[in-house]
Design a protein around this ligand. Sequence first.
Ligand code: ADP
Length: 271
Amino acid sequence: MSAEPIHENAIERAAADGRELIRFDKVTKRFGDHVVLDQLEFSVSAGKHVTLIGPSGSGKTTILRLLMTLTRPDEGTITVDGEYLTHEEKGGRLVPAGERHVREVRKKIGMVFQQFNLFPNMKVLRNVTEAPVHVLGLGKEEAEQRARELLETVGLADHLDKYPSQLSGGQQQRVAIARALAMRPQVLLLDEVTSALDPELVAGVLDVLRDIAHTTDITMLVVTHEMNFARDISDEVLMFNEGKVIESGPPEKIFNDPDHERTREFLGAVL
Ligand code: ADP
């Protein structure tokens, strides 16, 4: 399938003015004795598409989970659009962020997971309107209009009244993409969004994401094993190994002429 070009108004355009939307500053994450992220530093500017590649277990998903506050760092700070996600200022001091602060900052971030995670008891349209109505306080009509537009964009205009279980995995994942975009996040996180799909369904989902990447200014942070997709959409690729970025650069450089032996080995195994 090929998605309609995304509607100009379907996604609030992040001002691509080069401001920093995400910053990890000396972030360390441990599980027990295992250091998963080691003093990690990187940033993503508004409107850019940054892809994280590297061997399984190198900490890529943990980065997205930290941004969704599904887990917290042991050390360091994470900033989203200039505001601390991990901390808040109280009485002139920086203290660990409370729930309310986290909820506010997290509204700027949308995520699509490997396993779709749709609400199984809600029809497609309601899956997409639920958070805009209950989290953003949008009126039902406005939320439905936004949802219809997005579902059309991802090629599902004819499936609004179905339950997730009546859809293919690829269709469910496209609902999940529409659901994330309906919150008009400034940053879209994609966590191996095609790895649970049957091979014949992968292309349809990647086409939708390519369209979004090429026709909007939304900022993306992507974990993927689809190297051709990464090459097509990325402004920058970060190569991870053992919780550190060992190499970064534009896709042409990383895929065609990497500096690091570990990057060459990894690409040799997956390409
Ligand atoms: P990647 O996405 O690069 O495959 P992950 O971020 O998923 O890597 O995982 C990095 C490491 O952290 C792995 O060794 C994994 O086993 C470990 N890990 C992730 N989540 C947990 C957890 N909740 N408890 C213990 N170990 C975890």
